[in-house]
Design a protein around this ligand. Structure first.
Ligand code: HEM
Length: 399
């Protein structure tokens, strides 16, 4: 659609910006025109492989903590059924909070994390009336709660940022990267105001939290349903990583090819961000059409990713091998597979999520076998993101 058009001509619909203001503020997901160009330019290098490596250790640590919890429940509670969605969500939230604004030795960081999760619950745990005129009055309590929690989070983040600035010690997280960039502008106007720093911390958290954890959650369901693929991934892990007790090595992780096909296929069947939105910020010419300024476009990824006209008659089947030869999964349209969006606004965090996905799955598959629990009810629903309505209970057996 927009290959020939500057990304800044396509912004985000106003209705979407308003609805998610307490989560993203004016952060990168919502920024427009020149402000978006500047922020994207400064933020993108925070996701380069060298910077990500430092975050890998946090991922291993949080995943190992989760594994300990599972082992405890299995060994002492003799209960093999685990709500994998809840558990992965908790772990991915911890990872993203650590990699966004750190919370190792900072009590405020832990409180922000709890409050962000609270805000996420208020906003996500039910169907909403996005874009419906007067929609916020149908859920007035929720709207007020979200606003109040949003303000508390802002206050805490400001105190974390001030504290960091005072200490002047650089940390290997995304906030550390932004502060470093601000310091490089010594004597000049700072790149990021306090408001912008706060919004970017929240944006990283909300942009990366649900999406990554849902990609892992849906993959575990698919792997539990397709034991042959579980075994293939386990074999690949053994070959590439040894016994799974690894130090983070990006080159080794890169060798997990089949795991990447599985991730791609899970993102095709269950895209965590089920639609991509644009608003034309000016009249935009596309071939012979003019898209008038103000037009909203919502691309429905679920419909597109399962369209037999694009994917063939097996569009609904789980076939990770379709990504073996082709990063686009053999889709017969180059814009038919868009789990991370498209054009200049494509997801900036996709390398981080790929690394997290590989680390978490490697550690889990090296220790456990997964089967679908009889209590699982398949009911994917769009609650902003695409979630399993009743969680994902799996039977987890130590290997
Ligand atoms: C499997 C995991 C993920 C999925 C499926 C996903 C999906 C998406 C999608 C669909 C978009 C919109 C792109 C567009 O409008 O064309 C997006 C944008 C974005 N994502 Fe992700 N995302 C994931 C992980 C992450 C992570 C880990 C982070 C950060 C820590 C992140 C941060 C962002 C940001 C900041 C944007 C806005 C980019 C811009 O407008 O320039 N995402 N993501």
């Amino acid at each position: 659609m927009s290959r020939d058009v500057a990304a800044k001509a396509w912004g985000k619909p106003n209705v979407f910006r308003k609805d998610r203001y307490s989560m993203f503020g004016e952060g990168l997901v919502m920024a427009e025109s020149d402000q978006w160009v500047l922020h994207r330019h400064v933020i993108a290098p925070a996701f380069n492989p060298l910077k990500l490596k430092g975050m890998g250790n946090m991922m291993v640590e949080s995943t190992r903590k989760m594994i300990e919890r599972w082992n405890y429940q299995i060994n002492y509670g003799n209960n093999h059924e685990i709500d994998v969605e809840r558990e992965i969500m908790e772990t991915a939230g911890e990872i993203i909070a650590k990699s966004s604004f750190g919370m190792e030795d900072d009590e405020n960081g832990k409180i922000v994390f709890r409050k962000l999760k609270e805000l996420q619950m208020v906003l996500f745990k039910s169907h909403r009336f996005v874009g419906v005129p007067f929609g916020k009055f149908f859920a007035i309590k929720k709207t007020l709660d979200a606003k109040k929690i949003g303000q508390e989070i802002d206050k805490l983040l400001i105190s974390i940022i001030n504290d960091r600035m005072k200490r002047g010690k650089s940390q290997e997280d995304l906030l550390g990267h932004l502060l470093q960039e601000n310091n490089n502008e010594e004597g000049k106007r700072k790149l990021f105001s306090m408001r912008e720093l706060v919004d970017e911390c929240k944006t990283f958290f909300f942009g990366g939290y649900e999406t990554t954890s849902l990609s892992i959650t849906w993959s575990l369901l698919l792997l539990a349903m397709h034991e042959d693929w579980q075994n293939q991934l386990r074999d690949e892990i053994k070959q590439v990583m040894g016994n799974g007790d690894f130090e983070v090595d990006l080159n080794l992780l890169h060798g997990l090819k089949k795991m990447k096909w599985v991730m791609n296929e899970a993102l095709r069947l269950y895209p965590p961000s089920p639609n991509v939105q644009r608003q034309a910020k000016e009249d935009i010419r596309v071939d012979n059409f003019t898209v008038p300024k103000g037009t909203n476009i919502w691309v429905d990824l679920i419909a597109m990713h399962r369209d037999a006209a694009l994917w063939g008659s097996d569009a609904n089947g789980f076939k990770p091998e379709r990504f073996m030869e082709d990063a686009n999964g053999g889709c017969n349209h180059q814009m038919g597979y868009l789990p991370f969006g498209f054009g200049g606004r494509m997801c900036v965090g996709r390398n981080l999520s790929l690394m997290e996905y590989k680390i978490v799955l490697t550690l889990l598959l090296s220790r456990f076998r997964f089967k679908v629990s009889p209590s699982y009810q398949h009911s994917p629903a769009i609650m902003l993101s695409l979630r399993p309505t009743h969680g994902l209970p799996l039977i987890v057996q130590p290997l």
